[in-house]
Design a binder for this molecule. Structure first.
Ligand code: SF4
Length: 245
């Protein structure tokens, strides 16, 4: 299954994420969708932030996405057809699943991920659970097995704030790994293992003045940027490093 990987260091330095995720409803609880971003994985891709995370890493950048309530609740097949059309129109090459914890809603997200795959788009996912744990749980959980099987690129492991990663893109801490589960992004993962990479931050200002941020920056850099824009950091949407990010 694993083609190549950029492994974290220090192994699993935390007991975070050691219990299987709860079984979720068939509907998908989601918080945000962006049809094209250059800050959430290789190339230009759509991004889906799900709502709800049972891992709850201290220092998580998206605690507003921990609660498995609120946000939007929709049929995953309907969402997938709408999102794929939007992603294609925006020129995206793939989709990134983040949040929140994608594997806490594995059944609904598997429907979405498989639809993107069938449309020829790549699938990247972040998880606060390690791949090794997901693989063990997948032996008895068809929803987790399905989402893993539909994932080309996985960033896995809990976010540990005391192990910040400044060398590799996308992930937040050095214990986390970037793994190619299929050949689609294997060359990119090899390149990151060899050369590292840089994080990116995107700021979108809509016509009605709403400012949305995604990607990652240090707290200080983000505060400075938002200060320039006249915003407070706690009002910016969806910083994703450590979700993991
Ligand atoms: S970093 Fe990710 S896995 Fe950890 S609490 Fe935040 S959303 Fe959940």
């Amino acid at each position: 299954m694993i083609v190549t990987e950029s492994r974290g260091v220090g192994g699993e330095a935390s007991l975070l994420g050691t219990t299987p995720p709860p079984r979720a409803d068939a509907a998908l609880r989601w918080s945000r969708f962006v049809p094209a971003t250059g800050a959430e994985g290789p190339g230009v891709r759509a991004a889906i932030w799900v709502q709800g995370c049972a891992v709850r890493c201290p220092g998580c950048f998206n605690p507003q996405m921990w609660a498995a309530r609120g946000a939007h609740l929709d049929d995953p097949a309907d969402l997938a057809s709408r999102w794929i059309a939007d992603a294609r129109a925006a020129g995206a090459e793939g989709v990134t699943l983040l949040g929140g914890e994608p594997f806490d809603q594995a059944a609904a997200l598997a429907v979405v991920a498989e639809a993107f795959r069938d449309a020829g788009l790549g699938v990247m996912a972040f998880s606060g659970y390690t791949l090794e744990r997901l693989q063990v749980w997948a032996e008895e959980r068809a929803d987790i097995a399905r989402l893993l099987a539909a994932t080309d690129l996985l960033c896995d492991g809990p976010y540990l704030a005391d192990l910040p990663d400044t060398r590799r893109p996308w992930i937040g801490s050095r214990n986390q790994s970037i793994r190619a589960l299929t050949p689609r992004y294997a060359a990119e993962v090899d390149r990151i293992a060899r050369d590292g990479g840089r994080d990116a931050l995107e700021v979108r200002i809509s016509a009605d003045g709403v400012v949305a941020v995604n990607g990652w920056a240090t707290d200080a850099a983000l505060a400075e940027l938002l200060d320039d824009l006249g915003l407070r950091a706690d009002r910016a949407a969806s910083l994703t490093k450590g979700t993991p990010r």
